[in-house]
Design a protein around this ligand. Structure first.
Ligand code: NAD
Length: 445
């Protein structure tokens, strides 16, 4: 791979500095520090284009936020961020940024591709920074558990970036189920139209191409094994298809669409799961798939609960919903089957209850949506938790990424022991984690 000397990093210096920062900052609870030191929150963004732009523009619209660093591996990525927030210092390497900004930094936004969420978020929390991290929270099940543990240990305020969590539609749906509108729930079906390998649309490695000027490919790869750059297949956006970087259709949408299912039913860890698909390679995620998890019962279920996920054009049988003849299910969402009826929660739309005549007089809960990004900033300033912190988003992401393990072992039933952190199949247990490239490791908490 061609190496641009300007891309070479004085890694040891950053890491040594980060360790020193960590040993001093963790001495005092970070939430108290940030809230008491200043009314203004000093924030840095890692990954500033794509969803990163949405994240930083929404966080930056909070009056208390001052950006102190923008980090991106692509020089072209800074254009919109610079126009909206001029004069913010640029960085290419998040490790250098964390070490340089040090005590002048309170919080970070992590909007990189999935494979770099945990390395960045972990280092930030080890340095006592509050974190807003895109969904899926992590690339592996083990990383989700470790970020959860680190957030609790560091006492920082965290939020996963599945912003629809705070939308009115999802809040109303969660409240309807919690209030028993359709009775206790016996089964849930969730689905999305996209499939796991549709962006680059190939199963083998693409041909090598020159790294575009201004892109630091080595830092884009980060924790992942080195491979040559290829045009129009990885950076930007199309990395989703590849197991080394993305999380397929389930990882892309599971943390959105399964979030109100988790929230409404009080779910945490599944007992078992199984996936069905037409097979896959070690490189890319499968095409259309079904993943079925079995959860222990909760106060909101009739007993043990089955969740069936479908993607790539697969949908549950429309008859299950009890809709009027001729109506179809939305393109994406969840169908809750309850004792007294069904609820469809479109992604994203207001909940619909069936049979319609039974629910025509039901009052919709009087709930409003809010800015997911501002809620995080407000919680940081107030020194409190959010509703979508890593204690909640961690188990949700573990469930989603367990589904991706099952997807690589289709047709095989997997029992999951969340306490022992072990699957019944050794091949599945092996996939709970992955190897890290030197300099980008995620250390066990
Ligand atoms: N919440 C949502 O609705 C939503 C929507 C889209 C994407 N996402 C999530 O946001 C994340 C980014 O997705 P995207 O579609 O914007 O991807 P993208 O590839 O389009 O953009 C990623 C940005 O991060 C930069 N980047 C990549 N590696 C980096 C690194 N190591 N350090 C610093 N910057 C780096 C890229 O240059 C680019 O600016 C993913 O985790 C994705 O799942 C969430």
């Amino acid at each position: 791979m061609p190496t641009n000397p300007r891309n070479l990093l004085p890694r040891r210096r950053f890491l040594a500095h980060s360790a020193a920062v960590l040993s001093t900052t963790l001495a005092a609870p970070a939430v108290l520090r940030a809230a008491s030191r200043r009314k203004q929150l000093h924030v840095a963004a890692i990954g500033v284009n794509g969803m990163g732009w949405a994240d930083l523009s929404n966080v930056g619209s909070h009056a208390a936020v001052k950006f102190v660093g923008f980090c991106d591996i692509d020089q072209q990525a800074f254009t919109k961020a610079d126009a909206a927030f001029p004069g913010v210092k640029h960085f290419v390497d998040y490790r250098e940024m964390l070490a340089t900004l040090s005590e002048g930094l309170d919080a970070v936004i992590v909007s990189t591709p999935d494979h770099m969420h945990a390395p960045v978020a972990m280092l930030a929390m080890q340095a006592g920074k509050h974190v807003y991290c895109q969904k899926p929270l992590t690339h592996t099940v083990w990383e989700a558990r470790q970020l959860q543990l680190m957030a609790a240990k560091a006492g920082v305020t965290t939020q996963m970036g599945n912003q629809i969590h705070s939308a009115r539609e999802y809040r109303v749906g969660v409240q309807l189920i919690r209030s028993g509108a359709i009775g206790k729930v016996r089964e849930v079906h969730s689905w999305v139209g996209v499939q796991g390998r549709q962006y680059c649309n190939r199963t083998d490695r693409p041909p090598q191409a020159p790294v575009p000027a201004g892109v630091n490919w080595d830092l884009w790869l980060g924790a992942a094994p080195v491979r040559p750059f290829a045009a129009d297949c990885y950076h930007p956006f199309k990395w989703r298809d590849w197991q080394a970087f993305g999380s397929g259709a389930l990882g892309d949408f599971g943390c959105h669409i399964l979030d109100p299912v988790f929230g409404a039913l009080g779910l945490k860890h599944p007992d078992s799961l199984i996936a069905e698909n037409a097979g896959t390679t070690e490189e890319v995620w499968p095409g259309p798939e079904t993943v079925t998890w079995q959860f222990p019962g909760t106060d909101f279920t009739t007993g043990p609960l089955k969740i069936i996920w479908r993607d790539g054009g697969l949908k549950p049988p429309v008859e299950l919903a009890g809709m009027p003849a001729g109506q179809d299910l939305p393109a994406a969402g969840s169908l809750f089957l309850g004792e007294h009826g069904t609820m469809i929660l479109p992604h994203v739309g207001m909940p619909q209850l069936y049979p319609a005549d039974r629910f025509q007089n039901i009052a919709m809960p009087d709930l409003q949506g809010s800015s997911h990004w501002h809620d995080w900033v407000d919680a940081v300033l107030a020194g409190r938790k959010t509703t979508d912190g890593f204690d909640y988003a961690g188990p949700l992401t573990e469930t989603v990424q367990l589904g991706n393990i099952a997807a690589r072992l289709p047709g095989q039933q997997i029992a999951w022991n969340a306490t022992a952190f072990e699957c019944s199949l050794p091949a599945a247990t092996k996939l709970l984690t992955k190897d890290y490239r030197s300099g980008f490791e995620v250390k066990a908490v």
